[in-house]
Design a protein around this ligand. Structure first.
Ligand code: SAH
Ligand code: SF4
Ligand code: F3S
Length: 467
């Protein structure tokens, strides 16, 4: 569904109809913020007349929205660009644009321009408000256009073509000031820019009016929301206001940095009936020595204290995390500290990564002595322990009725519907009806590490909202 706003990306007479009769295909890598950026790119394209193509072969324009957080997503983009070359040879007027976090880095933008001559436009994370003009310029030029300048113009009112009709991403803060030593994000997304509270509330109200039930507030660190705004407000204030928006049923947010998680935020989570009982709180490591080298600015003791407070104040809260293994110089003892923390916290789920050096970051200059095989072995050990814990936690839901927001048919089994609980757990259940976008009570009959199986129950209200 395309949402147009009155201050839509400044469309000039040249750009207003440049997509008429043409179609686009969009590839997206990376996090939820990038997924949402792709909804904005799609919105801009559709506002100029482009329509979505069924696949890359049918498209007149292919846009690749990239991620730079680890080496793997970067390699995937390289492989994809190589794969598109024959397509471009077959179809000379095919137009290819590459943008996002990877191309925001100067050396990479220059490399893509030189190495992949079939690319017409290279743009960065700051380019979206000027995207129509850039596209127009590139379309009328025979040379590759590159735009990776850092602008700070507002992104508030760009058109959005949303993927779903019942749940929506809602960015609240762009950029990051934290400079964790391993992380490329502050370099490619710029400094923190909070959206004014009124702008966010207006968007939330209009989504609720359009029938959206669930909002996920996005930011690299939502907990620093408001610090750069002239008005005095913080993330807890924003959540509290959003909790009052009529029509919404669920509010989620990510990501929270442990160093900024305030007691007031925990209180608002506990009191706001729409705010889901789930917190993604990346710990990264359980070793104080490594946390210091990572520049995370909290200790394992502080993190454990936060977890205690969350569990005490929010009954049934689900806590998930991100963990990096094999950070430069990580010893077996450091890694044991991480395993001990994982066993003590008992995360509902954790995303685990092998450290990937990112050029330009502090950690990339640290001596990395841990052999690859050892990093892989650590990842394996960590993942096994976490899976066991996830399974045990999920087993506690057996026989209980939970509230599921149905997302659609299961990808692996068309007879099943898939949805999420308030705690963000994936539930599959059999149904012949299309119940997409409905909130339903489902009784859990089977628990696995990564998902739950259940049966839709009628007439029974969910007894465990936090499930
Ligand atoms: N802003 C979020 C996370 C952004 S990146 C936060 O602060 O939590 C998502 C996750 O990728 C991070 O939490 C971290 O675990 C992982 N990550 C980031 N840089 C990485 C790197 N260089 N190597 C491996 N994993 C990394
Ligand atoms: Fe990266 Fe740290 Fe910022 Fe998250 S808080 S985006 S891990 S620098
Ligand atoms: Fe990747 Fe950029 Fe997100 S680096 S994780 S797409 S902010």
């Amino acid at each position: 569904m395309l949402e147009l706003t009155d201050k839509t990306a400044a469309l000039t007479p040249q750009t207003a109809q440049m997509g008429e009769g043409k179609s686009y295909y969009l590839y997206t890598f990376g996090c939820q913020m990038n997924e949402h950026d792709s909804e904005v790119i799609a919105g801009i394209l559709e506002s100029t007349g482009f329509t979505a193509a069924a696949g890359p072969e049918e498209a007149d324009l292919i846009v690749i929205n990239t991620c730079a957080v680890r080496r793997k997503p970067e390699e995937k983009v390289g492989a994809l660009l190589g794969m598109l070359q024959p397509l471009k040879e077959k179809k000379e007027d095919l137009f290819i644009a590459v943008g996002g976090c990877m191309t925001q880095q100067e050396e990479i933008a220059a490399y893509i321009k030189k190495r992949f001559r079939h690319v017409n436009l290279v743009f960065g994370t700051h380019s979206l408000p000027r995207f129509p003009q850039l596209l127009e310029k590139a379309m009328s030029s025979r040379k590759t256009v590159v735009d990776i300048e850092e602008y700070t113009d507002s992104r508030g009112n760009l058109p959005i073509s949303r993927q779903d009709r019942f749940k929506a991403w809602l960015p609240v803060i762009y950029g990051c000031n934290n400079f964790c030593s391993y992380c490329i994000v502050p370099y490619v997304r710029g400094r923190e820019r909070s959206r004014p509270m009124e702008e966010i509330l207006t968007e939330a109200r209009s989504l609720a009016r359009a029938g959206y039930l669930e909002l996920t507030l996005l930011g690299q660190n939502v907990n620093s929301y408001g610090q750069d705004l002239p008005e005095r407000c913080d993330f807890a204030d924003l959540l509290w206001e959003l909790n009052r928006v009529d029509g919404l049923r669920r509010i989620r947010f990510m990501t929270s940095h442990p160093k900024d998680l305030s007691p007031r935020l925990i209180e608002v989570m506990a009191r706001g009936e729409k705010i889901c009982e789930h917190l993604h709180l990346p710990v990264q490591s359980g070793s104080n020595r490594i946390l210091k080298l990572m520049n995370r600015r909290y200790t394992r003791e502080r993190y454990l204290e936060l977890v205690r407070s969350l569990k005490e104040n929010i009954p049934g809260v689900a806590i998930t995390s991100d963990i990096i293994v094999g950070f430069p110089g990580e010893t077996e003892e450091d890694f044991q500290d991480t395993l001990d923390l994982v066993k003590e916290v008992r995360f509902d789920n954790a995303f685990t990564f092998i450290y990937s050096p990112r050029s330009g970051t502090k950690a990339a200059q640290m001596e990395d002595v841990v052999p690859r095989a050892q990093k892989e072995e650590r990842l394996q050990r960590l993942a096994e322990i976490q899976q066991e814990i996830s399974k045990e936690i999920n087993a506690e839901l057996l026989g209980k009725v939970v509230e599921v927001l149905v997302e659609g048919r299961s990808k692996n089994n068309p007879e099943m519907l898939t949805g999420r609980t308030r705690a963000n757990k994936l539930v599959h259940f059999a149904s012949t009806e299309d119940l997409t976008g409905r909130l339903l009570p489902v009784k859990i009959s089977e628990a696995r590490a990564f998902n739950l199986i259940g049966e839709a129950v009628s007439g029974e209200e969910p007894v465990n909202f936090s499930g």
